[in-house]
Design a protein around this ligand. Structure first.
Ligand code: NDP
Length: 294
């Protein structure tokens, strides 16, 4: 493979080391240990794995975590009541409701009911608005992970054409909103100031557009969708996709073939996924600081 590996494990360990120090300093100063409360509804095995990974990551950096497991038949009212209880619990810094919810539950009112100061996933309209205005109190975890993995590997974003395939509320849209800002709050102006194109399933001549990307981000949810002929030689390629196939986990990028064309590429697993969890830890500490008036 010609492309350099953008190693999420390494960058994630580096950032977690920094967070651990900041958590220790916060605990020493305030006597309070920040806490992430995770809410898991139903028996989805992938969601259970994600929540367990988040709990372990909390432990590594010195955050407390608590898990609220509810049965699949939980009603909307019961879930909203739990969120209300967590909103009012001073020991809880951040609240995470693991998605997807079982089909009978309506996600939007649940996420909207999380106190914006505890909204560590950065899904609340207040926080989405603040991100889009370039004055975030939290940064959305996966887009922030994408920016960190590029920045810490020395891939300059400023002035570059970034093409994002995917316009979801979790990845594509917030990432575009962050990349067009004049500066990145965590990584400075070299990690912002991009020229951004967002593509989706109705985009015409997709390959023509992706071939103009200096940095190509795939957040589609289709295994190996981005093929070598869609990538400009020398581009940096970030694969956000996590797809479970018969051959195991794979991304939205044909890793082996694209690795021959790109200058750098993230693997799956071991890429952006690692950073997503890490940026959640960062947001939990931020939440604790906001609540402590820092
Ligand atoms: P969504 O399903 O919400 O969005 C997928 C996007 O891809 C949509 O905008 C859709 O377009 C677009 N798309 C689908 N098919 C095509 C196509 N043929 N051509 C062009 N665009 C297309 O997915 P998410 O954003 O939530 O997730 C994307 C991937 O990233 C998934 O594999 C998911 O598992 C992974 N993921 C990974 C995370 C991590 O931590 N690494 C975190 C979050 C997600 P349209 O809007 O028109 O339907």
């Amino acid at each position: 493979m010609k492309a350099a590996l953008l190693d999420g494990k390494k960058i994630s360990a580096e950032i977690q080391g920094e967070i651990k120090q900041h958590v220790a300093a916060f605990v020493e100063k305030t006597g309070k240990q920040p806490c992430l409360a995770a809410v898991l509804i139903g028996e989805d095995p992938a969601s259970a794995v994600y929540v367990r990974n988040k709990e372990r990551a909390c432990e590594r950096v010195g955050l407390r975590s608590e898990l609220h497991r509810l049965p699949a038949e939980t009603t909307q009212e019961q879930l909203m009541a739990l969120v209300d209880q967590l909103n009012n619990d001073p020991a809880v810094s951040g609240i995470l409701v693991q998605l997807p919810l079982p089909g009978h539950l309506d996600q939007t009112p649940v996420l909207d009911s999380i106190n914006p100061i505890k909204d560590v996933d950065c899904f609340h309209p207040t926080n989405v608005g603040l991100v889009s205005q370039g004055r975030p109190q939290f940064m959305p975890c996966t887009p922030h992970g994408v920016i960190q993995i590029l920045h810490r590997n020395g891939v300059e974003i400023s002035g570059k054409h970034v093409v994002i395939v995917g316009r979801s509320e979790i990845v594509g849209k917030p990432l575009a909103a962050m990349l067009v800002q004049k500066t990145s709050p965590s990584c400075g102006p070299t990690a912002a100031n991009a020229t951004v194109t967002v593509c989706h399933s109705r985009t015409q001549n997709l390959a023509e557009i992706t071939r103009t990307a200096d940095i190509l981000v795939a957040a589609i949810g289709v295994p190996k969708f981005i093929t070598a002929d869609m990538v400009k030689p020398g581009a940096a390629v970030v694969d956000v996709g996590i797809n479970r196939t018969d051959d195991g986990l794979c991304g939205d990028v044909d890793f082996d073939a694209v690795g021959e064309v790109a200058s750098s590429i993230t693997p799956v697993p071991g890429g952006v996924g690692r950073l997503t969890v890490t940026m959640l830890l960062d947001n939990t500490l931020t939440a604790a600081k906001l609540q402590a008036g820092e």
